[in-house]
Design a protein around this ligand. Structure first.
Ligand SMILES: [Zn+2]
Length: 208
C-alpha cells in the first residue's frame, strides 16, 4: 500500500516537473548553437552591465563603444545602453554549460577562462518562447588583445572586433561560413570594422 502511494506521488511529481518545463519554455543557447532569427529581443535599447575591470580601462571601454556603434550604425537604432559596472562575479546561476538563469545582461571578463581554451569569447542567450530574456558575453581574459585600430600588433586579436562579434550573438545572430563577415566563427586579422560584412537579412530578422 505504502509503495503504491509512493509510486503515485512520484508520478504526480514527475508530471508536475515536466509541465513546469514545457510551459515555461526557457532555453539557454551558447553562441555555437545560435541560429539567426530564432530568438530575439522584445525591444531596444537593452541595458547592459559591463565588467568593472573593462569599464575602468579607457581603451577597452572605447573598443566596446565602437563595437556597439557598429551595430547601431547598421540598424539606425539605439540598441545598447551601458547601465554601469558589474562587480558581482560570474553572472550565471547553475552550471556554465547549462545555466539555470543569467543574472542580467552582462559583458564579463573571465579569468581563468572556463570554456573552450581556443575561444576568445562566448555568448549565452537565455530565452523564453523565442524572446531573449538575458544575455551574457564572456570575454577570455587569458588572450592577448590589441586595442583600437591595432596598427602595430597585427598578429593579436582585435578587441574591438571581438566585442562586435559577441554583440552580434547578443542580438541573436548566429555564425556564418563566409569569411570577411563579422559573424564568421573566428576573429579574423585586422581591426577595421568599416571593411567587415554583415548579413542584412539576418540582422533584420532580429531587429525589425
Ligand atoms: Zn561566435
Amino acid at each position: 500500500m505504502k509503495t503504491t502511494w509512493l509510486k503515485l506521488f512520484s508520478l504526480f511529481l514527475g508530471c508536475f516537473v515536466l509541465l513546469l518545463f514545457t510551459s515555461c519554455g526557457k532555453n539557454n543557447t551558447h553562441e555555437g548553437s545560435i541560429t539567426s532569427g530564432k530568438v530575439r529581443w522584445a525591444s531596444f535599447p537593452i541595458g547592459i552591465y559591463v565588467d568593472s575591470y573593462l569599464l575602468s580601462d579607457a581603451s577597452a571601454k572605447k573598443d566596446l563603444e565602437d563595437a556597439m556603434q557598429f551595430w547601431e550604425n547598421k540598424t539606425g537604432k539605439h540598441l545598447f545602453q551601458i547601465q554601469g559596472g558589474w562587480n558581482n562575479g560570474i553572472p550565471v546561476e547553475g552550471s556554465l554549460s547549462e545555466p539555470d538563469s543569467l543574472k542580467g545582461n552582462v559583458i564579463y571578463f573571465m579569468g581563468p577562462w572556463q570554456f573552450f581554451s581556443s575561444a576568445a569569447g562566448n555568448t549565452i542567450l537565455m530565452s523564453d518562447q523565442g524572446i531573449i530574456q538575458n544575455s551574457v558575453v564572456f570575454i577570455n581574459a587569458e588572450k592577448v588583445y590589441c586595442e583600437g585600430n591595432c596598427a602595430t600588433q597585427t598578429n593579436e586579436i582585435s578587441r574591438r572586433k571581438l566585442f562586435a562579434h559577441e554583440l552580434g550573438h547578443f542580438l541573436g545572430l548566429g555564425h556564418v561560413s563566409e569569411t570577411g563577415n563579422i559573424m564568421y566563427p573566428s576573429i579574423e586579422h585586422g581591426a577595421d570594422l568599416d571593411s567587415v560584412n554583415i548579413d542584412i537579412s539576418a540582422l533584420q530578422s532580429v531587429i525589425d
